[in-house]
Design a protein around this ligand. Structure first.
Ligand SMILES: [Zn+2]
Length: 280
């Protein structure tokens, strides 16, 4: 399988910051993908997105999208749920115009609600979103992310259940979030392998051929994620993650969200290559 490495957004070492220049620079550095970070809002217009698509295709860089953070499909206010869905849809439309393959987002907060009730609520909202996307011909994966805090909806089990219930919905696995939400417990080869086993069991081997993943250093506490930190400053066992991805022959996109984006993405891809060589 081919696994592509890339950055969450435009690399820092790009001279004139733009999505197009970010894509060109990543290709120059030898990376294979980039996530478009619409995390505050979706500013890009569809016309501009079509230009991005041309550049990405020319440069051989595949794109993924991160929808705005201000999403909560379990808000008590109907207005906020609707605004959340609009944000996801806007990111989907612009991302699709840019030729992106996958859209990830943080689905919801539990508040004090029963987790099963939250699951039902998210399921019904996501079904609606997927239907709208299908009607509009947006053939992009819709991928709720495994989240970094125990107050957020998004365990591996929850996301896998959603994926089983709705065609076109798949997990975005953020390994750093899994470590953070467990206050550091989830950080061994066996832990990471268990995630891939669960995906294989519930969604089939094909799901491993095209995975959307996040990996970076992370600072955490009992309440989960505090902030992303550079890999060398974190205890994230990224080498074990990469070994598991290699052993399970995982393909797709591995996005680095570190504060030193391309430096850490390079550490990841170099380590992966070294592990690959060790095996042959
Ligand atoms: Zn995210």
């Amino acid at each position: 399988m081919s696994l592509r490495f890339g950055t969450a957004g435009i690399p820092h070492s790009v001279k004139q910051r733009s999505t197009e220049n970010g894509i060109k620079w990543l290709a120059e550095l030898g990376f294979g993908c980039m996530e478009m970070e619409f995390v505050r809002s979706v500013q890009m217009k569809e016309q501009r997105a079509q230009k991005v698509k041309e550049v990405a295709e020319q440069e051989g860089i595949e794109l993924t999208v991160h929808a705005p953070y201000y999403v909560n499909l379990n808000s008590r206010e109907a207005e906020k749920v609707n605004a959340s869905k609009e944000r996801i849809l806007k990111a989907a439309r612009v991302g699709w115009a840019a030729g992106a393959h996958s859209l990830t987002f943080h689905a919801a907060f539990y508040h004090d609600d029963d987790h099963e009730d939250v699951f039902r609520k998210v399921l019904s909202e996501l079904k609606e979103l997927r239907t709208i996307m299908d009607d509009e011909g947006i053939e992009m994966d819709l991928r709720p992310e495994t989240t970094g805090s125990p107050t957020q909806f998004g365990t591996v089990a929850e996301i896998l259940r959603l994926s089983q219930e709705i065609p076109g919905v798949y997990p975005c696995v953020d390994f750093s979030h899994l470590q953070a939400r467990s206050n550091g417990q989830h950080n061994t080869y066996e832990d990471f392998a268990a995630v891939l086993e669960a995906i294989k069991k519930h969604l089939g081997r094909d799901a491993l051929n095209q995975m959307h993943m996040h990996l970076s250093g992370i600072d955490y506490g009992p309440k989960g994620e505090k902030k992303h930190v550079p890999l060398p400053d974190a205890d994230m066992n990224y080498e074990a993650v990469l070994q598991v991805l290699l052993d399970y022959d995982v393909g797709g996109w591995l996005i680095c969200e570190s504060p030193v984006l391309e430096d850490d993405a390079k550490i990841l891809s170099d380590t992966y290559e070294r592990l690959q060589k060790d095996e042959t």
